[in-house]
Design a binder for this molecule. Structure first.
Ligand code: ADP
Ligand code: ZN
Ligand code: ZN
Length: 740
């Protein structure tokens, strides 16, 4: 009889994760054993029984069958966090398609020795009055960085150095200068612990308003009854979501449970982190992408030892090994940053739901502009929906107006700044207020549009924009449809039909020539090179070192500029016509976010949205700040086209340095898919060139599969993985799967 073998990795937290050992599967286990299970296997000379994890099962072995040892037993009583995370890895592997090892690496931190670090703390040496006097002096002398540090220290007299340098964007020179003046001292303790640590404040948390309290009451009311309850909080920025999260976390902690809070890295600001520290003190930790592997491991160890109650961080914080996880919060749930760009290409929202289901933990999503997935989930009863309709600090919402760029052209204005926007900028400059000009360019936008009537060239099959290629042809990145570039607009006959080009640099020049007296800052990939380039520009703007800030989406997220009273969106169409079925959704989110930047504090703000497509529902709904209207329209489009969440979409990304080989592989793959999926009416699109068809001499193509049922697509994906694994021809072709 031919034997079955299991691939097993042992000592999971070592760097040798890639080392797979084969063990023979005893007959009695054959039925039950699955990848992701925990087993005990004999190891080394003495056949000591140690724990291992099954990563795969096969009939083949590269070793002498006589020498392969049998598995000792399946460990079913492994109730620890590690075993559960391995289970989660198995789910990720199956859902998103990757090797078990890739999935394990995502989920488990690699063990590394951490050098004991010197934690340095910056301590204020002056009393409040002296400090206030110094602060006044710094302000007078326009020493803004020193002033900012002193301000922070007045609030919190001891600040950990990493918080000062990273979150306040202070150079060590500034700290040194204050040290030399005797204003601060720097204390070191030889410890290894929190990357950031702040004293817990005794002060009472804010009194929740009625809306907030009701959410807390409802969720805590069914805490035990629905351990894996799912909730969506739809509330505009500043409506007090974070206060609700903290109250829910406090509830979990009081029951001896732990909490994970996911926040997109860009929104993980000093203020946000500090709020959690104030509330939960030493038992909070922050994970961010700047932590070394060793530091990350260290954080996980602390969680495992029960030293932490709350972990805050981006995507990867989701895998914190808590033993009694009670709640997972995902703030700004709609952010694209929750989607992993490397294998396995998981989405944190879905993985959080799965972890919640497996471990009996609640999942709370929050957003001002929920993703279609989440809102659809709420409409179909998968989440309980709550709304926060008022800003907690009664500030007026900004006034939004739409400017039709086609009319500007007809009126003879070829500037990127409409007449209306120019008037408003002028007024703000005279009043000494600040302006943000926002270019919502997203990735690659090579679409063709008519300046005169706004018509955009679209794929007749997929309803996404066509992209202009170097060879002068228009191409669909979903299905591969091609046509020659047009010279005249097919709708109005105008010759003003061309690619939409507008760069931040060009805008800067234009703004400078129109407003010679204004101080202008530009923020884009060019100006933010270097480690802290991004933060420096934002800090300079916050310090009033400029009147106008021009930039891409980097400028609209997570930062508060109280004196900005005018936001101009220069060409809303830029994000609207990228070849992506989510283009309208992203546009709505970006516009809503940008609008939220205006008039955060005292003065009511104004927002101008310039566009060639003023009737588009995503622009109309953003201007009216009407999420429901947007949702209804967008769902209609998704239903008609079969895009998620109305249907499911599996992308098969193929990459290879050899173009012919890639083309051949894609053709084979497509034939294979059609063969196995024919009976189930799976729609197969492509292969088509990816939006970026070649990166560093590697060609890239994509095939899309659409179907109502996700399980079916998963099954097809598993068959493809098998097929690809068995065929030599795919050796040099890199294949990655992406779900929805
Ligand atoms: P969101 O997370 O929805 O953006 P936050 O929780 O950050 O909103 O709240 C915005 C601001 O309003 C914060 O400064 C917060 O401290 C304050 N705030 C929130 N809830 C209340 C409340 N009930 N009473 C007073 N201030 C509040
Ligand atoms: Zn036209
Ligand atoms: Zn198409």
């Amino acid at each position: 009889m031919q034997e079955w073998y299991a691939d097993v990795i042992v000592d999971i937290t070592s760097e040798k994760l890639d080392r797979v050992f084969q063990y023979q599967i005893p007959e009695a286990m054959l039925e039950r054993l699955e990848p992701g299970m925990v087993v005990e296997v004999p190891f080394g000379k003495g056949n000591r029984l140690i724990r291992g994890y099954v990563t795969g099962i096969s009939r083949q072995t590269g070793y002498d069958p006589e020498k392969i040892k049998p598995i000792g037993r399946i460990v079913t009583d492994a109730a620890d966090e590690e075993a559960r995370l391995v289970g989660l890895a198995a789910w990720i592997r199956n859902r998103y398609g990757s090797t078990m090892i890739q999935a394990l690496k995502t989920v488990l931190p690699v063990k590394q020795k951490v050098k004991s670090r010197q934690l340095r703390t910056v301590c204020l040496e002056l009393d409040a009055q002296e400090a206030a006097e110094r602060l006044e002096l710094f302000r007078k002398k326009h020493q803004t960085a020193r002033a900012r540090l002193l301000e922070a220290l007045l609030e919190e007299p001891e600040l950990p150095m990493p918080l000062v340098t990273e979150k306040l964007n202070m150079t060590s020179g500034v700290v040194k200068a204050l040290e030399e003046q005797g204003i601060v001292s720097i204390k070191s303790e030889k410890i290894y612990r929190n990357p950031v640590a702040v004293r817990q404040q005794e002060s009472r948390p804010v009194q929740l308003n009625e809306e907030q309290q009701e959410i807390v009451d409802e969720i805590t009311g069914e805490w035990e009854e629905k351990p894996d309850g799912r909730y969506l909080i739809h509330g505009i920025t500043g409506s007090g979501k974070t206060e609700v999260y903290m109250e829910l976390i406090a509830c979990a902690v009081s029951k001896g449970q732990q909490a994970i809070v996911l926040i997109p890295e860009i929104a993980l600001t000093y203020q946000t982190v500090l709020r959690f520290y104030r509330r939960f003190g030493e038992r909070v930790s922050v994970m961010n992408s700047r932590l070394s592997a060793g530091e990350r491991y260290d954080q996980c160890e602390r969680a495992r030892r029960g030293e932490l109650d709350v972990m805050i961080g981006p995507r990867s914080a989701l895998f914190t090994p808590f033993s009694r996880l009670g709640i997972i919060v995902i703030d700004e749930e709609h952010e694209p940053a929750y989607q992993s760009e490397t294998m396995p290409r998981y989405h944190a929202r879905d993985v959080a739901l799965q972890r919640g289901r497996m471990e009996g933990a609640k999942v709370v999503l929050g957003s001002a502009t929920p993703s279609l997935e989440a809102y659809y989930g709420a409409m179909t009863g998968q989440y309980r929906l709550f709304r926060l309709c008022r800003r907690a600090k009664e500030a007026a919402l900004p006034r939004v107006q739409i400017v039709d760029l086609r009319q500007e052209l007809r009126a003879g204005n070829r500037s990127i700044l409409s007449v209306r926007l120019q008037e408003l900028i002028d007024g703000r400059l005279k009043a000494g207020q600040q302006v943000m000009l926002f270019l919502n360019r997203r990735g690659y936008a090579g679409f063709i549009s008519c300046r005169s009537c706004g018509h955009v060239m679209k794929c007749p099959h997929c309803d996404v924009s066509l992209s202009l290629h170097n060879n002068g042809r228009l191409i669909c990145h979903y299905c591969g449809y091609e046509q020659p570039q047009v010279k005249l607009c097919p709708r109005c006959g105008s010759g003003f039909i061309r690619t939409f080009k507008a760069g931040t640099q060009q805008i800067e020049q234009e703004v400078k020539s129109k407003f010679p007296g204004a101080r202008v800052l530009r923020m884009d990939l060019d100006t933010t090179k270097g480690k802290e380039g991004h933060a420096k520009i934002l800090a300079a703007f916050a310090n009033h070192e400029a009147d106008i800030l021009i930039g891409t989406q980097m400028i609209v997220k997570g930062h508060d500029f109280p004196d900005v009273t005018l936001v101009g969106v220069l060409a809303a169409d830029l994000s609207l016509h990228v070849p992506d079925y989510r283009a309208a959704e992203r546009t709505f989110q970006l516009l809503t976010q940008a609008a939220g930047r205006a008039g955060r504090d005292r003065a009511a703000g104004e927002v101008v949205i310039q566009t060639y497509d003023p009737e588009h529902y995503s622009i109309q709904a953003a201007a009216a700040q009407d999420y429901e209207a947007f949702y209804e329209q967008e769902m209609e489009y998704r239903r008609l086209a079969g895009y998620p969440p109305a249907g499911n979409l599996l992308a098969v990304h193929c990459a290879c340095a050899d173009w012919e080989l890639l083309t051949l592989a894609c053709d084979y793959l497509k034939k294979f898919i059609e063969q196995i999926a024919a009976r189930h009416q799976v729609t197969v699109l492509g292969p088509a060139d990816e939006a970026v068809a070649k990166i560093q001499d590697v060609y890239r193509k994509v095939i899309y599969l659409k179907h109502e049922r996700l399980e079916l697509l998963t099954a097809v994906k598993n068959k493809m993985e098998e097929y690809v694994g068995m065929n030599e021809g795919f050796r040099t072709v890199n294949i990655q799967f992406e779900v929805n």
